[in-house]
Design a protein. Structure first.
Length: 419
């Protein structure tokens, strides 16, 4: 197999590389201990012990009791499961979430609306923060659950989940948080947060894809989303993906050990990258509040360019970044997160997210800072939307913007027809 060229990876909020220690922990369960953990014989029972050991490690990551942890296939399943359970067990028909949630919540909310449920998508402020008074006002007697993400995957903005949960408790409403982006970056303590449900996804913390976790607070009524056998103490049917579960457990240990690195070295790299861009490249702005924010995330708007063009040119020099959630890549619409914050469509389409991780180095940042400014300049030089374009007097800027929006609308219609 040919050796891959070096990749300068700044898209850790989309997924992370599997840590070597995690891969090493998984291999025996692919080659030797491949039995079914639900089997009654010793070969399966010894595998079951490793599943439970991993459960203890994942529980420790969020300061939960292992019995409160059930393994799922991903964060999306965990989010859907929590909301589904609340609706079934309470019999209520109203869900509250925010307008900047991951597509796992946004799309599930829209699905529920088509089936007779009511969903309130709370707006956010221009810096991406949440007004808790709006939340209090939105809760109704028929509200089954409030689901608010712990930290936004596009901007890194952190929500006050402890306060959200306290409001929910005072009103007798269940509370769920999508904490997928948080472990390894911030300490997570479900007891301090006071939530009823919390979702994680292993591939965000250097473990494999295809394994997630849902925390269900003790004595909280829970209705399984995946119906099947007696696995996960009857809370989620389907044979456990043992190698992935074991990998998740090892990654949870590593995530707790790297908290300081994320909050010192990685944060410093992020700040250096962000400050350089904002100071050295004109017509740029950070999207979202500076704090509280994840220590690894920077979302920058580059005026007069398209993010997709920026990403394409970055890719040509081996740099990976994104224009938002990987789950919405390919959409012609601007980021729903940035739109909810009041960012203009043009600015939203020129926004790039850089999300760093523990494997990023000073060399990586130097390399990005070397290539990014000339890429932005190159694109601006040929953009009729740039007021400083050398042939600016030949262009109708307002007309060019309108034509750009029209072309995107036509492309969107063609995309829908093709689908």
């Amino acid at each position: 197999m040919n050796e891959l060229p070096k990749v300068y990876y700044f898209d850790n909020n989309a997924t992370t590389r599997i840590a070597p220690e995690v891969a090493d922990a998984m291999i025996p369960f692919l080659r030797e201990y491949w039995g079914n953990p639900s089997s009654a014989y010793a070969f399966g029972a010894q595998v079951h012990k490793h599943v439970e050991a991993a459960r203890e490690k994942v529980a420790a990551l969020v300061n939960a009791d292992p019995k409160e942890v059930l393994f799922t296939s991903c964060g999306t399943e965990s989010n859907n499961s929590a909301i589904h359970s609340a609706l079934v067990t309470t019999g209520k028909k109203h869900v509250i979430t925010t307008a900047v949630e991951h597509s796992a919540n946004i799309n599930f909310g829209e699905y529920l609306q088509k089936r007779g449920y009511e969903v309130t998508f709370l707006p956010v402020e221009s810096d991406g923060s949440l007004d808790l008074h709006r939340l209090e006002q939105a809760i109704r007697p028929d509200t089954a659950i409030v689901s608010v993400m712990y930290a936004n995957n596009e901007t890194g903005v952190i929500f006050p989940i402890e306060e959200v949960a306290a409001i929910c408790r005072s009103r007798g409403v269940l509370c769920h948080t999508d904490a997928v982006q948080v472990p390894g970056k911030l300490r997570v303590d479900v007891k301090a947060l006071g939530v009823d449900f919390l979702s994680l996804s292993a591939h965000k913390l250097h473990a494999p894809k295809g394994i997630g976790m849902l925390y269900v607070k003790r004595r909280t009524k829970y209705q399984p989303y995946v119906i099947g056998g007696h696995q996960e103490r009857g809370r989620r049917g389907g044979t456990e993906s043992v190698p992935n579960v074991v990998g998740f457990g090892r990654a949870a240990e590593l995530a707790m050990a790297t908290l300081e690195d994320e909050n010192t070295r990685v944060r410093a790299l992020r700040d250096r990258l962000e400050n350089h861009i904002l100071r050295q490249i004109p017509n740029t702005i950070r999207n979202g509040a500076k704090e509280p924010r994840l220590p690894n995330t920077a979302n920058i708007a580059f005026d007069f360019v398209e993010a997709e063009a920026v990403l394409m040119l970055l890719d040509q020099v081996g740099i990976c970044a994104s224009s938002g959630s990987a789950c919405t890549t390919g959409s012609l619409d601007p980021s729903h997160v940035l739109s909810a914050m009041g960012v203009t469509p043009m600015r939203a389409r020129g926004s790039v997210r850089f999300s760093l991780g523990i494997y990023n180095t000073e060399e990586d940042v130097d390399y990005l800072l070397k290539h990014l400014p000339p890429i932005i300049q190159k694109l601006r030089d040929i953009s009729p939307l740039n007021p400083e374009h050398p042939d600016n007097d030949k262009y109708d800027i307002a007309g060019a913007r309108a034509k750009h929006e029209q072309d995107l609308a036509v492309a969107k219609d063609q995309e829908i027809v093709a689908a």
